[in-house]
Every structure is written in C-alpha cells, then in structure tokens.
Design a protein around this ligand. Sequence first.
Ligand code: CA
Length: 224
Amino acid sequence: MRTLIVEDDPLLGDALATGLRQLGHVVDWFRQGQQATASLAATAYDAVVLDLGLPGDDGMVCLTRWRAQGVSLPVLILTARDGVDQRIAGLDAGADDYLVKPITIDELAARLRALVRRSAGRSQVVWQHGELEYDPASKRVRWQHQPVDLTRHELALLEALLAQPQRVLSKDTLQEKLYDWREEGPESNTLEVHVHRLRKKIHPAIVRTVRGVGYALGAGEAVS
Ligand code: CA
C-alpha cells in the first residue's frame, strides 16, 4: 500500500518512513501540510499518517481541508500524550483513528491495515480470491495452498489489484502503488515485467490486460 506520512520531527518522520518501508509500504514523507496536500491531490494513496503539530498549516487545518475537498481515504492522527482535546477534535474533524506518541511501527502498521480493511468494506483479515490467499500482515501469498515467493514490487502490484478486485486500474495508478517519489523514475516497461512475473509465479490468468486502459485482477482459479 502507498502511505503518506506528514510529520515535521525529522527523527520520528524518518523512523516512520523507514519502518513502514521495511514492512512493504510505498511511503512518501513530507514535513509540511502544504506539500502533503499537493501530493495527496496527485497520488493514489491508501492511507495517511498525520501529525497534528506542524509548522504552517497544522494537521487539523489540513485534515479539515481534505475532508471538505471530499478526500475520503483513511487518516490516522499522531498526538501528544496530554492531547486528549486534540484527539477529540481530530476525530471530529474526520480522522479515522489516532495513536499517542511514542508509537511503535508494528502498532502503526496494524492500525493502518485495519483502517484500510474497514474502508474497503472487508471483514476478512486474509484476503481470498479463488485459490489465491494474501495475508497483508505477514505479506504471505499462497496459491492452491502453496506459498508463492514474490518480490516487494510484485507484492505491491498484487495487493493493489486485490484491493480493488472489480476495477480496471490504469498503468499510472499502478505505478503509483509501486514506487514513491524518491525512487528513480521506473523504466516504462517495468510494470509489464512485474505483471509478467505475477502471471508466471501464480498463473497466467491472474492479471487481466485491458487494452488501452491498464490491468485488472483476473481469474482466481486455474482454468485451462
Ligand atoms: Ca510535530
């Protein structure tokens, strides 16, 4: 999943970005609300981690603006230990959850998984698509009960397709789920390479090509 972090504290921001990347998130980290707002308008994020105390527009101002603009994706706010009023105001302004600093990466990641699950209307912890199983917590993939070993980018691609099983996703949207702003602009055909590998490692029909548009999740059964 692609996660936006807005945190002005350099040590905490770096720890959050590094920790979530190690857990397979594609992460963009901004220290200011204005930059985050601009990136949010241009990128297909799955969730936002928002510090409330920020220079310039603070987190509450950003959150209120995003919700007024119709941004519906899950937002988790980070607050200080004594900030109970802030937490209430944050939830009332449209936050979906909060964590009190100091936080642990594992708890943050678990909360984000729960938020994304809820926003997708999913109650199942392990995602199932026919004979394919994906556990977003452990990042384990099984096909016909056998483990499938995928790279970070292949996993991100599969996760993006499984997250919206009914939709055709454009190549641009999928690229956004695979690479953050720091990474080198990927070669134009890398997405195709990842699609090819998913088909090879799982089965040929697992990804459907929609010519001129992009890709969609394909069959969950190995039909011959
Ligand atoms: Ca802060």
